[in-house]
Ligand binder design. Structure first.
Ligand SMILES: C[S@@+](CC[C@H](N)C(=O)[O-])C[C@H]1O[C@@H](n2cnc3c(N)ncnc32)[C@H](O)[C@@H]1O
Length: 213
């Protein structure tokens, strides 16, 4: 974890200046997400990075808690929110593992470009399910490297040893769907802008919350 924090802290400034790789796809994901929002909603975004997505969504919900393990990312995000006079986002340095809210209190959770960076994806998905109210949604956009790289489970490049690359875990779209349904979610919306691109999913916690086998 410490290595991951150091990595993201170090690249935060550069990350904030990087143009969005596929602006049209990003805009579509924002639009689809917004169609699920209501003005009274309490939202969590974990791995919020430099805050752009939370700031864009803020006018459409009541409140967003936006967390990230990197204090440099959070510093940039808070600066952006202050500059835009956005007052309904609470930015906090926290990993998703240490973050606590009472069970069944969130209406929506966003985890964008993050699930493939976790070494405990299943536990995090289960935690998101517990934090959501029945009927709540989990919005995620995830690079599913297993669709194109069949023989690896994890990429731990030499660069990771030197702290210049993050850990990346490898799973297929089908495996991600399975992880979500096993946790008790139903896939409500799914879209992939093109082969090899991140898979965008909106998973819903049903009103009856029995987990599937
Ligand atoms: C690829 S960036 C994505 C940032 C943003 N969600 C986006 O779509 O641009 C991944 C972010 O997740 C954060 N992160 C990595 N592991 C995390 C964890 N366990 N808990 C919370 N944040 C984490 C990193 O610091 C980084 O800002």
């Amino acid at each position: 974890m410490d290595q991951s924090i150091r990595f993201w802290d170090r690249i935060a400034e550069r990350y904030s200046k990087r143009p969005i790789a596929d602006e049209a796809a990003y805009q579509k994901k924002l639009q689809v997400t917004r169609e699920y929002f209501q003005p009274d909603m309490e939202v969590l975004e974990f791995g919020c990075g430099t805050g752009s997505t939370a700031i864009t969504h803020a006018p459409y919900v009541k409140h967003i808690q936006a967390i990230d393990i990197s204090s440099n990312m959070i510093g940039i995000a808070q600066g952006r929110a202050d500059a835009g006079n956005v007052r309904n986002i609470t930015f906090k340095r926290s990993s998703i593992d240490e973050f606590r809210v009472p069970d069944q209190t969130l209406d929506a959770v966003l985890g964008l470009s993050i699930l493939h960076l976790l070494d405990n994806k299943e536990a995090v998905i289960a935690k998101v399910h517990t934090m959501l109210k029945p009927g709540g949604i989990f919005v995620t956009s995830t690079t599913c490297l297993g669709d194109t790289m069949k023989f690896f489970k994890i990429i731990a490049p030499v660069g990771r040893f030197f702290g210049v690359m993050p850990l990346v875990t490898v799973f297929t779209t089908k495996e991600l769907e399975h992880s979500l349904t096993v946790a008790g979610f139903e896939i409500d919306y799914q879209w992939q802008p093109g082969r090899g691109k991140a898979v965008f999913l909106v998973a819903k916690k049903p009103y009856s919350t029995e987990a599937h086998g």
